[in-house]
Design a protein around this ligand. Sequence first.
Ligand SMILES: Cc1cc2nc3c(=O)[nH]c(=O)nc-3n(C[C@H](O)[C@H](O)[C@H](O)COP(=O)(O)O)c2cc1C
Length: 269
Amino acid sequence: MTAVRKPKALRNPTAYLLKLPAHCRRHFDRWNAGYRLLTGFATSYRSRPITKKLTSDYDMLHDIRKTYQLGELTEATVADNPFDQFDIWLKDALKSDEPEPTAMVVSTVDTDLQPHSRVVLLKEFTSEGLVFFTNYLGHKGRQIALHPQVSVLFFWPLLERQVRITGIAYPTSDAVSDAYFHSRPPESRLGAWVSEQSSVIASTEVLHQRLEQFRREFGEQAPRPPHWGGYLITPVTFEFWQGRPSRLHDRLYFSKDESGSWKIQRLAP
Ligand SMILES: Cc1cc2nc3c(=O)[nH]c(=O)nc-3n(C[C@H](O)[C@H](O)[C@H](O)COP(=O)(O)O)c2cc1C
């Protein structure tokens, strides 16, 4: 009797998945995850033993933990609108001794659905969303152009708070990008011309040579490069996390219901 061969898609699901167009990929992904869970079958995705210890210096990592006890976040005290709640927490962070209260981790995905994260600085927060500035031709710019869905994370350790936001990133208008660009010091304005963000360079010498070249060309009055500007992230969901004792943290999740109103749900920590 001939053995029943698994369909091609299941022999190497990851390779198969990556060849599919995005809309098929989403369905396949869901179906394949369910299949794996039901059958325990996984050719290219299985648990890995950890056999090589680098150094015993890291044994202490297991013992690093903190008790969170500064505050609480309840349905009674949280704002009805997540923008208002974010406004309160951002102001708390700005007033606190957090060293980088505006630093946020923005994550994007590439064409293989590989996520990439990096820190950027929040430069504006309005009722439309969150704005940061960058080079449109770097990795994050190219990834956003293909997949504008982004995830944003703020971690304010001194306040024992985390905020997770999902949303869509749109390039800001020329007027918004110009206004911020011209508020930057002259060296930073030149820097936007000098650095071809995310490209491989031979050495830092290259950067210094380019800095001199652009300094000769523009002096103190560098215009905004066309490849440099802002992104407005329009939030779709927010999650506010406040650390609590015994790991029973508060997590309040905001998303829109069918009528377009914000609804609040408590998530298990
Ligand atoms: C504290 C901090 C603030 C940063 N702020 C920005 C920023 O506002 N804009 C930016 O493009 N990169 C910023 N960076 C650099 C990014 O983390 C990243 O290295 C760069 O944007 C290139 O990312 P990409 O190759 O994924 O496009 C910052 C890095 C740090 C550590």
